[in-house]
Write a protein that binds this ligand. Structure first.
Ligand SMILES: Cc1cc2nc3c(=O)[nH]c(=O)nc-3n(C[C@H](O)[C@H](O)[C@H](O)COP(=O)(O)OP(=O)(O)OC[C@H]3O[C@@H](n4cnc5c(N)ncnc54)[C@H](O)[C@@H]3O)c2cc1C
Length: 335
């Protein structure tokens, strides 16, 4: 059996961000071709895309977000957000990384052996980036995925233009959920998500799109875990949705996924170079991720009252106020 310096399972945001940094004999495994089968609305802070050298994937950039909670209020962003092309983003990273890629489905892990439908591979450093299902961690701990903490979202790309992002918390569109309009030039990604984890939300999406005088087109989406999970499971590093890194309330998973994945990669690189033991590396990574626990808890505590429409209108109005919204955004971004 070939022994790699590191094995990364999953080649989307988390897996690619790790592979981008790692040097050595690295294996990156995904069941699909890199950059295909987009699930996300793909909007993130422009600075995240720039720092990764992925500016070319940007489609449209925004300085404002219009909140409809449910009253409409345009809020200035303290940092611009961009919608981007998922395939381009992935290919920019895939073309420059050094990892060897394998198209295969991972099945589980036993100590330092990753089992796939294309054979078994071993490494002391294994990073589970398989998304909400956390395939490798779940093969060790079958209760690792807390199914009560899964939101479910779908969206469709339709002909609609706008110069602002839109985010809705409006029970008339979807109960215990959120909706969005994220413009991408001549089209917009329009979606709805149920934070109660309901999967039959197609009627809500088509209803919402109809209110804009449009017809639904092809749809994509999936589960979005909320609530930070354990970032280390036995000898596994967990990054991205597999570790529940999308913040509650906003489900803005791409930025934290990439940031934590890059921290993970730096630690793994030290282990590969022999400058750090696996045990110390796992502990260091757990400490880094867990420093954000309180911020995730704070957002989780906000999620239910906001979605159940229990937040008084005066507080919602204040949150959209120019000064308070800036404070809120700074707190949210951890600045
Ligand atoms: C509808 C929707 C809209 C969203 N919009 C936004 C947004 O606008 N902005 C934002 O910041 N976040 C958004 N998110 C959240 C964001 O998409 C996720 O947080 C992000 O995709 C997490 O990246 P990841 O790499 O951890 O997981 P994923 O993107 O889920 O990637 C997991 C990878 O693992 C692979 N994989 C899975 N199982 C196996 C297996 N058994 N074997 C091999 N490979 C496997 C998959 O093929 C995939 O490539 C949205 C999510 C949804 C569902």
């Amino acid at each position: 059996m070939h022994e790699y310096d590191a094995i990364i399972a999953g080649a989307s945001f988390a897996g690619l961000a790790v592979a981008d940094i790692l040097e050595g004999d690295i294996l990156l495994i995904d069941r699909k071709d890199i950059g295909t089968r987009q699930t996300s609305a793909c909007a993130t802070f422009t600075s995240v895309l720039e720092e990764l050298g992925c500016r070319n994937s940007i489609i449209q950039e925004f300085d404002t977000i219009t909140l409809h909670i449910p009253e409409e209020k345009k809020v200035e962003l303290i940092e611009p957000i961009s919608t981007f092309d998922y395939e381009k983003f992935c290919k920019i990273i895939a073309q420059r990384m050094h990892a060897k890629t394998l198209k295969a489905s991972v099945k589980g892990v036993s100590r330092d052996v990753v089992m796939t439908d294309a054979g078994n591979f071993s490494s002391q450093c294994i990073i589970d980036c398989t998304g909400w299902k956390a395939v490798l961690a779940s093969s060790i701990r079958n209760d690792y995925v807390d199914r009560s903490k899964l939101a479910f979202g779908i969206e469709s790309e339709v002909d609609y233009t706008d110069d602002s992002l839109h985010f809705f918390v409006d029970p008339d569109i979807i109960a215990q959920g959120a909706a969005w309009i994220f413009p991408t030039g001549r089209k917009s990604r329009i979606g709805v998500a149920s934070y109660a984890g309901k999967t039959r939300i197609l009627p809500q999406l088509s209803g919402f799109i109809k209110t804009l005088g449009l017809e639904i087109s092809e749809i994509h989406g999936g589960y979005i875990p909320f609530g930070l999970r354990e970032p280390v499971v036995d000898n596994l590093f967990m990054a991205g949705d597999s570790a529940g890194m999308a913040p509650p309330t906003t489900s803005e998973g791409i930025r934290p996924t990439i940031n934590f994945a890059r921290e993970c990669a730096r630690i793994v690189q030290n282990i590969v170079y022999g400058d750090k033991t696996l045990k110390n590396g796992l502990m260091e990574y757990r400490d880094i991720v867990n420093k954000s626990k309180n911020r995730y808890k704070w957002l989780l505590n906000m999620q239910t009252p906001l979605l159940d429409n229990l937040v008084p209108g005066t507080i919602k109005k204040a949150a959209c106020n120019r000064i308070f919204s800036k404070i809120f955004q700074k707190m949210y971004l951890g600045a």
